[in-house]
Write a protein that binds this ligand. Sequence first.
Ligand SMILES: NC(=O)c1ccc[n+]([C@@H]2O[C@H](COP(=O)([O-])OP(=O)(O)OC[C@H]3O[C@@H](n4cnc5c(N)ncnc54)[C@H](O)[C@@H]3O)[C@@H](O)[C@H]2O)c1
Length: 253
Amino acid sequence: MRVKNKVVIVTGAASGIGETTAQVFAEQGGKVVVADIDAKGGEKNVATIKSKGGQAIFVQADISKETDAKHVVDEAVKAFGGVHILVNNAATFVLKGIEATVEEWNRSLGVNVIGTAMMTKYAVTEMKKAGGGAVVNLGSISAFCAQPDFYAYSATKAALVQMTRNMAMDFGPHNIRVNAVCPGLIITPASRNHIAKLGLTVEQYSAQEGAKTFLGRAGNTREVANAILFLASDEASYISGAYLMVDGGYAAI
Ligand SMILES: NC(=O)c1ccc[n+]([C@@H]2O[C@H](COP(=O)([O-])OP(=O)(O)OC[C@H]3O[C@@H](n4cnc5c(N)ncnc54)[C@H](O)[C@@H]3O)[C@@H](O)[C@H]2O)c1
């Protein structure tokens, strides 16, 4: 049990990487707050966790709204007595180039960057009371590698990598570590949606993008969740302000 009795908030935990991450933390003894705008998927994940003997609650929230971010943290405290770990995983995917509208830019920045900042603002207040904690932000290979028509998304992920360093500096004196995990191609509902828009099958896209990695394949959600778990756990006690690529080597080529 690597996070026994730790209170863990995972945003975007109704689907994909966040869904699996919430399950992995619950398997490791965490008391998990599944936070998502999607109530159906969030409740389903809580039911899955509970059916395996884990502890979890669902809190519906649009993390781009400050009141919702505060509500998630308040509910975590009400249910479990505090907050020790925050996984800032929720994201919106504006996969567009120069044609992206101001509204789309605002949505991308509002959820991915400002939402992450708002969640961290309230969670860190509780971590300070608990004597420390850990934050893991979800970056991406898109923070480092150019990809066609990805400006509105990539800019937010690059911002998150730098915000991770700034947060790590500010919260270090409070024994709060802040790190980022940067996945490559992971097959999730979000990536399936993108693949469908390209007119390819998951197999075709995985083969095409997988060939650009050292391992020759796409990754799965558990491979990312394991990296998040490591950075959030005490095993990473001297790691802060870092980013860990979970991309099969994609960005190293
Ligand atoms: N899948 C990939 O290949 C990949 C690669 C690199 C990085 N990532 C990152 O991993 C994270 C998870 O991606 P995924 O592929 O699992 O996506 P996903 O779409 O499967 O899951 C994202 C979840 O976030 C929730 N969400 C969206 N907007 C929200 C909001 N405003 N408030 C609360 N919840 C909201 C969605 O409802 C959904 O449940 C994201 O940060 C993404 O940028 C994914």
